[in-house]
Design a protein around this ligand. Structure first.
Ligand SMILES: [Zn+2]
Length: 66
């Protein structure tokens, strides 16, 4: 058993301890879904920062509908 030698880090998304293993292609995330969530959040920030007109239009429509 080599459990004691495996380093773990908290998943940036859900804080689940993740083995820091070079074979874990999702690191530092615990899963593919957490990695995708973080990427989507990052991508949305990029769009807002760039003032993407399409993204702004979608938000405006949602606000008007409400
Ligand atoms: Zn996670």
């Amino acid at each position: 058993m080599t459990d004691n030698t495996v380093k773990t880090i908290p998943c940036p998304n859900c804080k689940t301890p993740v083995p820091w293993d070079t074979h874990n292609e999702n690191r530092p995330f615990c899963s593919d879904s957490c990695r995708n969530k973080d990427f989507i959040a990052w991508a949305n920030e990029e769009k807002v920062m760039k003032g993407n007109s399409l993204y702004d239009g979608v938000l405006s429509n949602e606000l008007l509908d409400d």
